[in-house]
Design a protein around this ligand. Sequence first.
Ligand SMILES: C[S@@+](CC[C@H](N)C(=O)[O-])C[C@H]1O[C@@H](n2cnc3c(N)ncnc32)[C@H](O)[C@@H]1O
Length: 233
Amino acid sequence: MAKNTSGRGQRDLKVKVKTARGRKLSSTRWLQRQLNDPYVKRAQADGYRGRAAYKILELDDKYRFLVPGARVVDLGCAPGGWLQVAIKRINALGEKQGKAQGRIIGVDLQEVEPVPGAEIHQLDFMSDGADDLVKGWLGGKADVVMSDMAAASSGHKQTDHLRIISLCEAAAYFAFDVLEEGGTFVAKVLAGGAEGDLQKILKQKFSKVANVKPPASRSDSSEKFVVATGYRG
Ligand SMILES: C[S@@+](CC[C@H](N)C(=O)[O-])C[C@H]1O[C@@H](n2cnc3c(N)ncnc32)[C@H](O)[C@@H]1O
């Protein structure tokens, strides 16, 4: 049955995946969702490493923090979709003549295939001294700290929620140390209650704090993003 799911006026065939022997039902569901996800198809067509790229594109379209010349730290950067978007927008390759050239440092637990224009480091950001290492690589202030860090799902909603909040808190405290006045902090959180304290601190430190669910974030996920702009220093 043809179904228009792309939002780009194309007619896409809905792919049904049969449960194969040896494949868990959850994997079959994941595969079916991937095959029918318009953002996955767009990412392939646009050359992005993953559908996550559209989340930062949509957030930046709204809040405009990835400007030419910006110094950016991307925490949890694998496989590199956010890096690809940011590199273009901050002019990290110096392609936009007459515009300032930006710089981006990416950090992830996993190895990341190089992305021209980004400095990528394999590091557990929650390990002792990790923040000092990143500060050393940065060698000064940043205009944007963004974190899409997420631990692999434990299958227990509350545990996953607490884990993501601690990743988000670690990113926020790092941002407080390195952000330039007026800078922006963007991080993935999960709706679920325990993020209240972090919100309070962010509201003291930034002139505006918004909680956003970009269209590219799956509606069945409790993921949302906090975008804090105007760091007070
Ligand atoms: C949703 S993915 C990020 C996708 C990325 N924004 C992109 O556009 O390709 C989350 C990433 O967070 C990373 N991560 C989770 N915990 C981390 C930690 N403690 N330190 C560094 N990276 C971490 C994972 O390895 C994973 O690659």
